[in-house]
Design a protein around this ligand. Structure first.
Ligand SMILES: [Zn+2]
Length: 146
C-alpha cells in the first residue's frame, strides 16, 4: 500500500529575497536618493511589528526589518507593508523632529496619528504599483503545478 505523502507547508521566503522588490519600490516611489538596507537576518525589535524602518535623515539612509509574520503574509499584504515602511521616508524630517522635540505623551499621540496617515499613503500607493511592478512573489494559485 502506498501512502500519500503529507502535504508540505510552502517554504517561507527568506527576508533577503525581498531586497530586489524593495529596490524596485524605492525607484518607483522616487526615493532612490536614499540608501535602503534590508536587515536580512533579524526581525523588528518590537515583536508585535509586522515590519519596521529606521531612518537616518542626515545620511538619507534607512534600514528595514521584516517579521516572520510578514514572511507568512499574502503578497498583497507584503507589498502594502513594504510600501508603508518606505512611505515613512517621505516624512523622515518631521518624524525626527517629533521624536527628538516632543514630550513623550504628545509624541505617542502624534506617532499613532502619524501611523494612520502613513498607512493611508500606503493604501493609496500599494494597489496602484501593481500596474508597474509585480507582486513580491507569485500568489500560490499562480504557481505552476507539478
Ligand atoms: Zn509605520
Amino acid at each position: 500500500m502506498r501512502r500519500r505523502a503529507p502535504a508540505r507547508e510552502p517554504r517561507l521566503p527568506l527576508r533577503k529575497e525581498f531586497a530586489p522588490y524593495i529596490r524596485q519600490l524605492v525607484r518607483l516611489m522616487q526615493i532612490n536618493d536614499w540608501r535602503v538596507w534590508l536587515a536580512a537576518d533579524d526581525p523588528p525589535g518590537d515583536p508585535k511589528a509586522m515590519a519596521a524602518i529606521e531612518m537616518t535623515y542626515g545620511r538619507r539612509s534607512a534600514r528595514i526589518w521584516l517579521s516572520e509574520a510578514f514572511l507568512r503574509d499574502s503578497p498583497e499584504e507584503q507589498r502594502h507593508t513594504i510600501v508603508h515602511e518606505l512611505a515613512h521616508i517621505f516624512f523622515a524630517a518631521s518624524e525626527e523632529i517629533a521624536r527628538t522635540e516632543m514630550p513623550d505623551g504628545a509624541y505617542q499621540s502624534w506617532r499613532l496619528m502619524h501611523e494612520y496617515g502613513v498607512d493611508a499613503v500606503a493604501d493609496a500607493l500599494a494597489p496602484r504599483s501593481e500596474a508597474l511592478i509585480k507582486l513580491p512573489r507569485p500568489r500560490s494559485s499562480d504557481q505552476a503545478r507539478p
